[in-house]
Design a protein around this ligand. Structure first.
Ligand SMILES: [Zn+2]
Length: 619
């Protein structure tokens, strides 16, 4: 549908590489902290982790993740993190650093039209032009209702300006015509979600007679719009959003994030509100960390986006605060978050506004301070969930209390921070008006029955655990080299205790390494031919077909966990050897040697702990 992107001159690409700061580019999506030695680190955007293994070297202009093996320069980062093509990444970086790109032509004398830039760039440009168009319309006579809507909610001209609010005029194709004149094609406007083809075949605008909020990605580019109905005879839904497009993915988008991201990182919290006016109200009231989802529930992908901003020194310590106006839908959403989001329960809070008002209404009725107070009065999600559960039962009867205990005990059992469980069991007993003993027992039972399941799932054929992990790592290299490549290759044959498996590991290197392989029979054959050990050759064929111990397809997470276990097993052996060595050295007569060994032991044990954390999360 689109012309092939033009080829940018090599020297311009080099210039883009040179001028782009890897730290700036990465910082748009990942909060970075100093890692010493001039390097920075943060939570990897490419795999799920709680402790940062994503490193950025400003001096070398590159990033590398020790967890999943992703690495590269600023161009590569944009390609992977924002799903851009090579050319789109180059164009994005060039425009940020003010570099005018030159494109290769077919040769002297051949007149080629100016090559089209990447699709993303075009869709962003269309949105920028549309934002300007809609904003101008907000001042027109036809937009009186839109201005009133904002004014009634406490937003004057300044706020409208600041958030880029606009108005879609009463016309079928005012925007389409305007953007066509600016050189955008019908295909581009359709792909952008700004327009759609009518039955007659002509191009019509998606939004009509509505108040619009531009929705920006984390870097500030407008990628879509949210549109509020204003007129009673508009029979569309109250809110209409841009549909899914190549640049607009509602599961990732958070309204207000471009304004809020620095404050979220700085203050260590993010406030989740429900609508565009709520975001505006919170920001205007002095809570600049508010964001809202756009036409979808707050989900796992949104959490990932926020977590990368909330990373604090070494782990995720920020708070995610949901606000609800106390209605049933909001409560349901909070309880669902509790179900899905176990890893962050301890970091999740609920702020319920008084009198069922949303932040925008609250600000109008009681002022800025009331909004900030509501957020400050947040309660832990666990408390909220318990309260909601107990509210469903009649605690005046024995049956009601017992039933409530049965429903509430699993919630307490789910609290990941196990030291907090006794405290909550006591609290639950108090709320129920029951003795601690039966409540504690119910909680313990719930803990036991929930921890039974993973053990059953982990049941695997008898084989030493270490050997199994070694085999699994090799299976990944043979069956999924594209996925496992860089991580696998980073771990040498010394990680393998079994000599035959060691020979297979060496054969993988001999065959050029898993990173360079694309998989398939040719790859397997190459490894087999490279294997010096006859038993190893047989084993290669076996490992190439033996199913992986993972439900469904292997993913980067599984690769990471498997290789972390492999490293962990090798470390355990080294630690055991080192410990016995330390014991044999006399700390008085051989002080220096003793200290050196003890230091090494300490650092190995730290590494082992980190690896155990990595390996624990996954399976
Ligand atoms: Zn990673």
């Amino acid at each position: 549908m689109y012309a092939v992107a033009g080829r940018v001159k090599d020297e311009d690409i080099a210039l883009v590489r040179d001028r782009s700061s890897i730290v700036d580019v990465v910082s748009d999506t990942v909060t970075l902290r100093s890692a010493g030695g001039g390097n920075m680190k943060g939570l990897c955007p490419f795999h799920d982790e709680k402790t940062p293994s994503f490193n950025v070297s400003p001096a070398r202009g590159v990033y590398f993740c020790h967890g999943c093996g992703q690495g590269g320069d600023a161009i590569k980062f944009l390609m992977d993190a924002e799903h851009l093509s090579f050319i789109e990444s180059v164009e994005r970086l060039a425009s940020k650093s003010g570099i005018q790109l030159r494109y290769e032509t077919d040769g002297p004398g051949v007149s080629t039209p100016r090559p089209q830039t990447g699709q993303r760039q075009r869709l962003i440009a269309a949105h920028a032009a549309a934002t300007e168009f809609y904003r101008d319309q907000l001042g027109s006579p036809g937009a009186r209702k839109a201005r009133e809507f904002l004014a009634e909610r406490g937003f004057g001209r300044d706020a409208a300006e600041k958030y880029g609010c606009g108005f879609a005029p009463d016309s079928w194709d005012a925007l389409a015509k305007h953007l066509r004149l600016k050189g955008f094609t019908a295909e581009e406007l359709t792909a952008a979600g700004l327009c759609k083809p009518a039955r007659s075949g002509s191009l019509i605008d998606r939004f009509r007679r509505r108040l619009l909020w531009p929705i920006r990605d984390v870097t500030g580019d407008v990628i879509g719009f949210g549109a509020r109905k204003l007129f009673d005879d508009d029979d569309g839904p109250k809110y209409l959003n841009t549909p899914e497009t190549p640049i607009y993915k509602k599961s990732h988008v958070l309204y207000g994030l471009d304004h809020a991201k620095r404050e979220i990182a700085k203050r260590g919290r993010a406030v989740i509100v429900e609508g565009y006016t709520d975001v505006m109200a919170c920001h205007e009231a002095g809570e600049p960390t508010a964001v809202a989802t756009c036409g979808t529930a707050f989900g796992v992908d949104h959490i990932q986006v926020l977590r990368r901003l909330l990373m604090d020194s070494d782990s995720f310590t920020g708070e995610i605060i949901y606000t609800f106006d106390g209605d049933a839908a909001g409560q349901k959403a909070a309880l669902r978050a509790f179900e899905e989001d176990q890893r962050f329960v301890g970091r999740t809070f609920i702020a319920v506004s008084p009198d069922n008002m949303d932040p925008c209404e609250l600000r109008l009725a009681k002022g800025d301070l009331a909004v900030r107070d509501m957020i400050a009065g947040r309660e832990p999600l666990v408390d909220f969930a318990l309260r909601q559960t107990l509210a469903k039962f009649d605690l005046d009867t024995v049956e009601g209390r017992v039933e409530a205990m049965r429903k509430a005990a699993p919630l307490v059992a789910k609290i990941k921070d196990r030291e907090k469980r006794p405290e909550y069991a006591r609290k639950l007993a108090g709320d129920l008006g029951m003795d601690l003993d039966p409540v504690q027992r119910a909680v313990n039972n719930a803990v036991r029955s929930s921890s039974d399941q993973p053990q059953q799932r982990a049941a695997q054929p008898a084989d030493s655990p270490q050997r199994m992990v070694e085999r699994e790592a090799l299976k990944l290299a043979l069956q999924e080299p594209v996925l496992a490549g860089p991580m696998f290759d980073a771990l040498g044959s010394e990680m393998y205790a079994d000599p035959v498996l060691q020979a297979v590991r060496e054969a993988v290197s001999e065959a050029g390494g898993a990173s360079a392989a694309t998989g398939g029979a040719v790859w397997i054959e190459k490894v087999r031919d490279s294997c010096a050990d006859l038993g190893g050759q047989v084993l290669v064929s076996e490992l190439a077909v033996e199913p992986l111990y993972v439900d469904g397809a292997a993913d980067p997470r599984y690769v990471q966990v498997t290789l972390a276990r492999l490293q962990g097993a090798a470390l355990t052996t080294r630690i055991r050897d080192l410990k016995s060595k330390v014991q044999r050295v006399n700390p008085v007569t051989h002080k220096d040697q003793y200290l050196a060994l003890a230091g090494e032991l300490f650092s190995l044990e730290q590494q082992a702990r980190a690896l155990r954390d990595q390996a624990a999360g996954g399976l």
